[in-house]
Design a protein around this ligand. Structure first.
Ligand code: PRP
Ligand code: URA
Length: 216
């Protein structure tokens, strides 16, 4: 990311104007649940388009109106999308719109309100995770604790080709993640200023889970 910072080499900040526009709409506290959900899905699709640039393809035979040829399709069975519950769920449909045959795993994590440490409560990953490209999704990378632990879990199950997509990141989370997982490519929509005393991202967008599911 930053020119002279080696620890940030595996971070891609996606600066597309469409993405920036949609993230601004997400931040707006006046954006209601329906619109917020739709924006999260659209942003995930735009980010996925970039993050999946190197997705494996395989050639299939196709008959055009002119002749038969071999032409590439996505080797979709090789992809697993893994949302960190709850907020990551909002991003899944955006990735599945791009690769409908991808498998979906789930990792449940919540942050302890006092310590801000992640607490794992669920983990179910698709079969053959070792051989898949695994795209972990969560809109928020704050302290980075949830992301670091989720990727630890996925690595423990044998996956080696892992990407992480976060819509908004704090500098603290970027550092924690790249220190812990320098081998994982991290795709970020926007890097914000800092964390506040409650470990919320500033300016951020508030509590992503609550805004997606209308729980506050
Ligand atoms: C949010 C968010 C991330 C985590 C980020 O989830 O979706 O998973 O916080 O914070 P961190 O980088 O400091 O770990 P939360 O714990 O609020 O759970 P929820 O999605 O169920 O609301
Ligand atoms: N989780 C959120 O949903 N928002 C933040 O700003 C930090 C963690």
């Amino acid at each position: 990311m930053a020119d002279n910072d080696n620890t940030m080499e595996n971070v891609v900040v996606l600066g597309h104007p469409l993405l920036k526009h949609k993230i601004t709409m997400l931040r707006d506290k006046g954006t209601g649940t329906n619109e917020f959900r739709a924006l999260i899905e659209e942003i995930a699709m735009l980010m996925g388009y970039e993050a999946l640039r190197d997705l494996p393809t395989e050639d299939v035979e196709v008959e055009t109106p002119i002749e038969t040829c071999m032409s590439p399709v996505i080797a979709g069975k090789k992809l697993a999308v893994v949302p960190i519950l709850r907020a990551g769920l909002g991003m899944v449909s955006g990735i599945l719109a791009l690769v409908p045959t991808a498998k979906v795993g789930h990792i449940g994590m919540y942050r302890d309100e006092e310590t801000h440490e992640p607490q794992e409560y669920y983990c179910k990953l698709p079969k053959g995770i070792k051989n898949r490209v695994v795209v972990v999704v969560d809109p928020m990378l704050a302290t980075g604790g949830s992301a670091v632990d989720a990727v630890n879990l996925i690595k423990e199950k044998g996956a080696t080709n892992i990407k992480f997509m976060a819509i908004i990141a704090a500098p603290e989370g970027l550092k924690a993640f790249t220190d812990a997982h320098p081998d994982v490519q991290l795709y970020v929509g926007q890097v914000d200023r800092c964390l506040n005393d409650d470990a919320y991202i500033c300016p951020g967008l508030g509590d992503a889970g609550d805004r997606i599911f209308g729980t506050k």
